[in-house]
Write a protein that binds this ligand. Structure first.
Ligand SMILES: [Zn+2]
Length: 415
């Protein structure tokens, strides 16, 4: 069959606008950023209006708390992006325009795009946020089963899991300690400029299902109210989860960012890549230097966990009031928090990735050819796929430098 397709493209330049709301915290120079886009391909009941609904509802909750006298420790920013479907335009312009400030102030970026397309929870994030994410899902109820979101998420992953006897390597490398894995961030939504350009710890989450109407004219209120979430109960759950995670990041005295998980994940990524390299008979890169870099990253991450515990215990022991011991304890916590925030930044460099210098993060990026999908340790892995040993060596060196910078950042704070 031959089809003659006539397309009618509209290339006018139009204005887009982002809407940014800010709740000032006591530490005004520390920002927890929530983001969701507002533009849609057509009606966008799922993508992005389910996320926008959740953001508005979380905002309403914050408003109630503010009336009761709550003031977060850190500032919370709620960002409604325009132009996402045209190439993450609104978020990218805003992140680039405010790059210097975000590098200094952003504690984390929490993205929700498709909040609800069904009842099955799923998430992607940097490993430093895994524990926070899992803890929040343990405290919120899945509306359909009455179990916690966490339990339902794990149970479903177990159901779907292929028989370990049939799958090569199944189950022997699940470092997350749970059945349901939190995926790596690639691209396809507004976390990209925050994580991959600026090095802000990021996550993306939502409830999925038999969607099938993605980016089509059927992504409508009719679809949502008949199939996606007829009782709109998962919309409520999404708002609860998002708001809870934002509040914990904003209010915790000690930032809930865990670099032991990060180090373990980098080790796992590297081991997977080494298998690929061996299969392809590629060598010439410094495997030992990488293993050493990961080892000290693991060690410093562990020391950071210990320092956090000590500092928090000290803070609890010393009574509030403007005495020297209190000031000292608070300054210590602040120093550790600053380092925890800076560690993700340290995984970026000014040079960026080969052939695409805008992507500064050396651990996470979408693949050159994979569209949305993540390609962890991007330049090393791409070189292996290209069977280019020289590029593999150079790419790995940049990754090692990034890990060493992250290690130093943790080390200096815990001295
Ligand atoms: Zn979207």
């Amino acid at each position: 069959m031959r089809v003659h397709l006539k397309t009618d493209m509209d290339y006018q330049t139009r204005k887009i606008w982002d809407v940014i709301a800010r709740i000032d915290g006591n530490e005004k120079d520390r920002w927890v950023v929530m983001g969701n886009h507002r533009d849609a391909w057509t009606f966008g009941a799922v993508d992005p209006n389910s996320g926008t609904t959740a953001m508005l509802e979380a905002a309403r909750g914050f408003g109630e708390l503010l009336k009761q006298g709550w003031k977060p420790r850190r500032s919370i920013l709620l960002c409604s992006w325009d132009g996402e479907e045209y190439g993450l335009l609104g978020s990218t312009e805003w992140a680039e325009e405010n790059a210097a400030e975000l590098r200094n102030k952003a504690v984390a970026y929490l993205n929700v795009d498709v909040a609800v397309a069904g009842p099955h929870f799923g998430a992607s994030s940097v490993p430093s946020l895994w524990k926070l994410l899992q803890a929040a899902t343990r405290d919120i109820r899945d509306p359909k089963t009455g179990k916690t979101v966490f339990q339902q998420w794990q149970d479903r992953a177990r159901e779907l899991r292929p028989d370990p006897d049939l799958v090569e390597d199944a189950g022997d490398n699940n470092i997350q300690g749970t059945e349901a894995r939190i995926s790596a961030l690639g691209s396809g939504s507004d976390y990209t400029p925050f994580l991959q350009h600026l090095g802000v710890p990021s996550l993306d989450m939502g409830f999925g299902g038999d969607y099938g109407v993605y980016h089509s004219a059927f992504d409508s209120f009719y679809w949502m109210s008949h199939f996606g979430d007829p009782e709109f109960v998962y919309h409520v759950t999404a708002a609860q989860l998002w708001g809870t995670i934002a509040m914990r990041l904003a209010d915790a005295p000690s930032l809930p960012l865990n670099y032991s998980d990060y180090a373990a994940q980098v080790r796992e990524f590297f081991n997977e890549n080494i298998k690929v390299a061996k299969r392809r008979n590629l060598s010439g890169f410094d495997e030992t230097a990488m293993t050493d870099a990961v080892d000290i990253f693991v060690k410093e991450a562990g020391r950071m966990e210990k320092s956090k515990e000590d500092a928090l215990a000290e803070l609890e022991r010393v009574p509030a009031g403007a005495n020297d011991r209190r000031t000292h304890a608070e300054a210590r916590v602040r120093r550790l928090n600053d380092a925890l925030m800076a560690t993700e930044r340290a995984l970026t460099d000014s040079q960026g990735l080969r052939g695409r210098p805008w992507y500064k993060h050396q651990i996470y990026a979408p693949g050159f050819y994979t569209g949305y999908a993540a390609l962890p340790l991007p330049d090393f892995r791409q070189a292996l796929d290209d069977r280019n040993s020289a590029n593999a060596k150079e790419g790995l060196e940049r990754i090692i430098h990034a890990l060493n910078r992250a290690t130093d950042t943790l080390h200096q704070a815990t001295d």
